[in-house]
Design a binder for this molecule. Sequence first.
Ligand SMILES: Cc1cc2nc3c(=O)[nH]c(=O)nc-3n(C[C@H](O)[C@H](O)[C@H](O)COP(=O)(O)OP(=O)(O)OC[C@H]3O[C@@H](n4cnc5c(N)ncnc54)[C@H](O)[C@@H]3O)c2cc1C
Length: 452
Amino acid sequence: MKTVQYDFQERIPVVANTDFLVVGGGPGGFGAAVTAARQGVKTLLVEASGTLGGAAALFEIQPFMPSHKVWRDAQNHFLKAAPLDGPLYPEWIDRMWSYLPGEVRNTVCERNLADLPSRMISKDLAALAIEDICVESAVNLLFHHTLIGVKTDKNRVKYAVFHSKSGFCAIRAKVFCDSTGDGDLAALAGCDFEFGDVEHGLCQPMTLCFKLSHVDKTRIPANFRSTLYEQAKAAGKLHCPRHNVLCMSYYDDDVIHFNTTRVLGKSAINGVELSEAECEGRHQMRELIAWLRADIPGFEQCRLHSMGAHIGIRESRRILGLAYLTRADFVNASKFPDAIARSSYQIDIHSTSGSGTEIVKLKPGQFYEIPYGCIVPRKMKNLLIGARCISADQALHSSSRIMPTVVSIGQAAGMAAALSLEQKRDVQKISGCDVRKRLIIFGAPLGQHVFE
Ligand SMILES: Cc1cc2nc3c(=O)[nH]c(=O)nc-3n(C[C@H](O)[C@H](O)[C@H](O)COP(=O)(O)OP(=O)(O)OC[C@H]3O[C@@H](n4cnc5c(N)ncnc54)[C@H](O)[C@@H]3O)c2cc1C
């Protein structure tokens, strides 16, 4: 590749000095920053975009996927459910719903997180709700700053370097949390990572999500998601590699959410490929809308309600830590004394090379645990992972990446930072069992009582 010599600034301003620096304001960053701040830690959350919420706000992802213990009676009727994530995940939902008028709130939200209506997401309300909770918890916020470098010394991150409209700047902290989703901070600090499937380095496809309004759901034929879609593909009207239409309801009656586009073979950590993926995702969306409006009853008057400001990234780096979870841990529903999060969500691998999705479910009532070592990168003494990019293989990651679990992972990173600062010990030296105990006091359902 042709290169050019460019002289970067040698000295850059240090614009902040904090105890705990969280980079990335998605579900993981939210969990990390709020938990640490509520332990009295001086916390700064820095986000590349102008909003909090990460994938929920920027990628237009919905709904929150379920991760629960569910009890049913002999006729399979729902009795009760205990979410495996808390306290911040339900607090996020409650705050989001508080923005809806009482009438909508009471009819749609049954306050049962096992049911879809309670887990639907408005991207704007999700962003507002997280910002409310951060501000009330005394988290300092800095938007429009993108992490581009780190300065390390003896296996410690000293400064994180950002770029904004003002140019380059540095932020100093005692403990750092990588909540970028892609593991940018850890990779810049030299941490080892895996990427995609180990054989070919291929990641799950990216997806541009969008919603259509003015849809008459009463007239939509049942087979539009399968047979009619396949016919349109065969006729050359659609070029989406997905095998069927993935869509779901939203709390506005005439709106349908589409999770159907599928962009293959692009890397989320390659700038040019990410840009190409955006164009490809929007191209597939345009084709889908044209086909639905022209050929499918009920969609004649449909309008684009909203779309992700950013194509959805399912996976990229996974930062290798002191512990490493695998598919076997999922299948065996592994438990750990230093568990910092739990999940019952399925293995859910969207094909890396074409159509199809591998789904593996746990038996009802089963769940696996994520040990503290999965969020502690092997090399660095003051860096934690509070995002989807934990130390695990691709299969396990496809389960643990859902937003409720990632909030819990973030919570654990925030609590570990607080303990590390209190005890003046490296994050690798604090006890994961102590992190768990403090999370239980914080309200995390990590004790025995959940399944009694
Ligand atoms: C298409 C798709 C469908 C999905 N469906 C669901 C679903 O239905 N339910 C569910 O629960 N989960 C779903 N997920 C998974 C879930 O959305 C993500 O795994 C989860 O949001 C990850 O949270 P995170 O905090 O690690 O990262 P993100 O949500 O990606 O947030 C990362 C944040 O960091 C910021 N950032 C990134 N790099 C930098 C940088 N260098 N400097 C500063 N800031 C930076 C980003 O702007 C972003 O705000 C889906 C994901 C995709 C892509």
